[in-house]
Design a protein around this ligand. Structure first.
Ligand code: SF4
Length: 470
């Protein structure tokens, strides 16, 4: 969501006459987009602010802004702590960015020239009412990626998960009108976009506030009316998965065979404490229906490890759930108490060493499962959407419909521009936990292959090491 917000801010500024600078020391305006979901991300943005402060000291006329969820949460307090900020605004205020920049320039004396510093900063952190909220809708610029695009269909969240800061920083849930979404995706298709990811904090509760059609109906409209080749969505809440949505994986051609469905814990006691409103049995039932409808569906999820009061037994229930579902991948995090959330009041009683131990066990277990699933793809032929080419490694990169990264060779590097954005058949020759390696083939069916490229392995190992933070 933050990535999409940053793209929209770039687009709005471009329209207001700004150009992207590759050197922050040359910039007239620097905006940092912040994330408040975990303490680590908040510390990171504070340390980034310390670094850009040096640029501001050298160029006092630089407009320096902090956007995003930390800005929304901390509001004016940020100005006390970082008095050199010119602009502080939350995610709801993005569409007002050009006006806010104008306001900063006016306050510093109208000219907008560098050198004037004595003026009050602009702070905008109020939420628009549901009825007044407007979605920013900018198509990707020609310099930007036109293979894949995000389309925001909903903002905010009306749930109260005990650990989550999102409802406080992104405000109430608002669904975007279906006609706007369909029209935007049609335009993206005309620009050559092949894959669209529908975005929302709780994407599958789309339309539940009585503003028209349901999420499943929206998927159906997009599939039938836009011509998009691949459709994805994130993030979903298990409580809002219904039979209609499950059925769409059988009936809609564009809907990718991948479902990211955050579960957070496999223990009913912890799920209840987290106020998630489903049990592990409910979750497993959804997974069973998804597998019935589409046996090859890829599944991914999120886990929080070390939530207050999590016992060894609760943690074992999480491992057991991983085993039962057989996730293709998962994103796991150590519980991070966030001020303003319900669980912040609870004693953070699982020691850090124990949290770290559990995270490591979980990640190792997940890695084994991911590797086992990927190994089954060795020798098969997968349809891959080509996303990029590495001149350095002489390797192409793309993704399967199941959202698995594939590094491959066999295409001519001379046609780079033409091939990026195309679908190609790739024979999988080697599988690893986090990605696949392959080569292009004209064969649209599965067959065995013992070929392995050391060049590809080198690239893969680099990626694996990066993911593991080595
Ligand atoms: S549904 Fe998701 S965004 Fe909403 S409160 Fe729960 S975790 Fe946060």
């Amino acid at each position: 969501m933050n990535e999409q917000d940053s793209l929209q801010m770039q687009g709005l500024l471009r329209r207001a006459g700004f150009e992207k600078s590759t050197n922050p020391w040359d910039a007239d305006l620097i905006l940092l987009n912040s994330c408040a979901i975990r303490e680590k991300a908040v510390h990171k943005i504070y340390s980034d602010l310390g670094r850009v402060r040096l640029i501001k000291e050298e160029h006092p006329g630089l407009i320096l802004g902090l956007a995003g969820c930390v800005a929304q949460q901390e509001k004016e307090n940020l100005i006390k702590r970082f008095p050199f900020l010119d602009l502080v605004f939350g995610p709801d205020a993005i569409r007002h960015l050009p006006d806010m920049v104008k306001e900063v320039r006016m306050r510093r004396g109208g000219s907008g020239e560098r050198g004037t510093t004595n003026y009050p900063p602009v702070v905008r952190t109020c939420f628009d009412s549901r009825k007044d909220f407007e979605f920013v809708n900018l198509l990707p610029h020609e310099e930007e990626n036109r293979v894949k695009a995000f389309v925001t269909i909903q903002k905010g969240c009306d749930n109260v998960c005990s650990f989550c800061i999102v409802p406080r920083v992104r405000g109430p849930e608002v669904s975007r009108p279906a006609n706007d979404i369909v029209s935007e995706i049609r335009q993206l298709v005309e620009l050559g976009v092949k894959e669209v990811t529908l975005l929302g904090q709780n994407v599958n509760s789309y339309g539940k506030k009585g503003n028209g059609i349901s999420f499943s109906q929206l998927l159906e409209r997009i599939d039938g009316e836009t011509g998009i080749r691949r459709l994805r969505f994130t993030s979903s809440h298990p409580q809002d998965v219904d039979d209609d949505l499950v059925e769409k994986f059988r009936t809609l051609q564009s809907l990718s065979p991948h479902f990211h469905l955050p579960v957070q814990s496999g223990s009913n006691r912890i799920l209840s404490a987290m106020r998630r409103h489903y049990t592990r049995e409910d979750y497993l039932k959804i997974i069973e229906s998804l597998k019935n409808v589409l046996p090859a569906i890829a599944l991914s999820t999120d886990f929080i490890v070390g939530y207050p009061g999590e016992t060894e037994e609760d943690f074992s229930a999480t491992l057991d759930l991983i085993d039962k579902v057989g996730f293709d991948s998962s994103y796991s995090f150590i519980y991070s108490p966030r001020p303003g959330t319900a669980s912040f009041q609870l004693a953070d009683d699982v020691p850090m060493a124990e949290k770290t131990r559990r995270l490591e066990i979980l990640n190792n277990f997940q890695r084994q499962i991911s590797e086992g699933k990927n190994k089954k793809l060795e020798g098969t032929v997968e349809e891959v959407l080509v996303e990029s080419y590495s001149q350095k490694d002489k390797v192409w990169m793309g993704r399967t419909g199941t959202n698995k990264i594939v590094h491959f060779t066999g295409l001519s590097a001379f046609n780079e521009e033409k091939i990026i954005g195309e679908f190609v058949n790739i024979k999988i020759i080697k599988a690893n936990p986090f990605s696949l390696m392959g080569e292009q083939t004209r064969t649209p069916c599965t067959e065995e292959s013992g070929f392995a490229s050391s060049e590809l392995e080198g690239s893969l190992h680099r990626e694996q090491r990066e993911r593991e933070g080595i």
